[in-house]
Write a protein that binds this ligand. Structure first.
Ligand code: KMH
Ligand code: ZN
Length: 276
């Protein structure tokens, strides 16, 4: 029997869309994000997925804001730093790429365009290619964001052509209105399309965070939780913190013999260099 790896938990702390009105504990300032990151690592997270916000809460990809956030995280814990290049709907490609100049350990790379609620999240092929090059040149590992079925086919085509680095790491984002639903069948399909040697995580939106996260643990994958994707602990009850969501999935991981990986262990599993 092959050994199942420890569970890599990603904490998606802030996102670009959730507001303090929806989730009063949402971390917005660099200090709040740094504190939340440290709480999440203490609860079992290895990666923090970061988005920038201005003081008024609006989303920004400004490198100066990300620099402060990264410093606030690194001062408090050894989490793997993953910056978003998705930013918020409507941002230009140039704007979205700015945090990559800070040499993060990981950066997201969305593999196609998709309806996103009432908006359209645009990722044109030429932009994806430019993002992939910029991420590779920065020394970061890309996390390939898969919102819809065609995107994993695109990723597999591009991997075969050498346009993406191998082995790839995927994030299946399931349950965005307009994209693939947060169902077991959707997760099973995407897993069936994975290339050899790939690692993967699942980010279920809303109540799918718990159900698909639990499935992914049983299926040998990894899990993303946090306010970016879900603000509730259970139906009708807001989570107290990102760390509360991390602690629950870490406990499920332990029950299923997938204890959480430390950041150091996760770096080894993902082929990242030791902490910079
Ligand atoms: N805010 C979404 C439109 C990512 O971080 O790479 C895109 C997003 C994906 O959040
Ligand atoms: Zn994000």
């Amino acid at each position: 029997m092959s050994t199942v790896p420890k569970l890599i938990i990603t904490a998606a702390l802030t996102g670009a869309e959730v507001s303090k009105a929806q989730q009063p504990a949402l971390p917005i300032t660099p200090e709040e994000i740094g504190v939340a990151a440290a709480e999440c690592v203490a609860a079992g997270a290895a990666i923090v997925h970061l988005h920038g916000r201005r003081a008024d809460g609006t989303p920004t990809q400004d490198a100066a804001v990300y620099r402060e956030i990264i410093a606030a995280v690194r001062a408090r814990c050894d989490a793997i730093i993953q910056v978003s290049t998705g930013g918020a709907v409507g941002m230009s490609a140039q704007e979205r790429l700015a945090p990559v100049t800070l040499r993060p350990e990981m950066a997201t790379l969305s593999m196609g365009s998709v309806n996103f609620g009432r908006d359209v999240f645009v990722n044109a092929p030429d932009d994806i290619e430019a993002f992939a090059r910029a991420i590779a040149q920065s020394g970061a590992k890309a996390e390939l964001e898969i919102f819809d079925a065609g995107m994993i086919a695109t990723a597999n085509r591009w991997l075969a052509r050498g346009l993406l680095a191998s082995p790839p790491h995927f994030d299946f984002v399931l349950g965005v209105p307009g994209a693939m639903p947060g169902t077991p069948e959707a997760l099973m399909y995407l897993k069936s399309q994975l290339p050899a040697g790939a690692t993967w995580t699942v980010a279920g939106i809303g109540s799918a965070q718990l159900t698909l996260g639990t499935m992914a643990i049983a299926m040998g994958g990894h899990v993303r939780v946090g306010f970016e994707d879900n603000v509730y602990f259970r139906r009708g009850e807001l989570a107290r913190s990102n760390a509360q969501l991390v602690a629950r999935i870490a406990a499920i991981g332990r029950l299923l013999e997938r204890p959480p990986a430390t950041p150091t262990e996760a770096r080894a599993l993902l082929g990242l260099a030791p902490r910079p």
